[in-house]
Design a protein around this ligand. Sequence first.
Ligand SMILES: [Zn+2]
Length: 133
Amino acid sequence: MLEYTDAPSESDAGTMPCPQCGHGLPLNAPRCENCGWIREGGLQTAEGKASDAVAVLLSVVPGLGHVYKGYQFLGFVFVVGALFAVLLGALAATATAGFGLFLIPIYWFAVMFHVYAIDDRVTPGANDVGEEY
Ligand SMILES: [Zn+2]
C-alpha cells in the first residue's frame, strides 16, 4: 500500500474499488498499484502516456505517430517508407494503368494500423525521477 502523505487522511471518504481487481484505491487514483490498471482519460494529464487515437491521427504523416509513441527510429523509417510508397505507387501506376496507386493508401492504412497496435514506449519519469510513485 502506498501512503499519500500530502493528502488529507480521511481516506475512507474517498475510496473506490479498482475496476479491474477490486483493490481499494484512493478516489480518482490514476492507477492501481495492485494490478496495473490505469485510468483512461482520468484526472492526470495524458502526459507520459501516449494515446493510440492521437498516434493514429498523427499517422496522417506516416511515422509521426510512431515518433509520438517513442519509436523515433521506426518513425524515421516510415517517413522514408512513405516516400518510397508514393514513388513506387506512382511508378506502378504508370505501368498498371493506375492500379499501382492503391499501394499508397494501403501503405497509409498499414502504418496507422501498426501505430495503433504497438505499445507506446513513452515512459513517465525516464528522465530524472524526482518523486516516488
Ligand atoms: Zn487493480
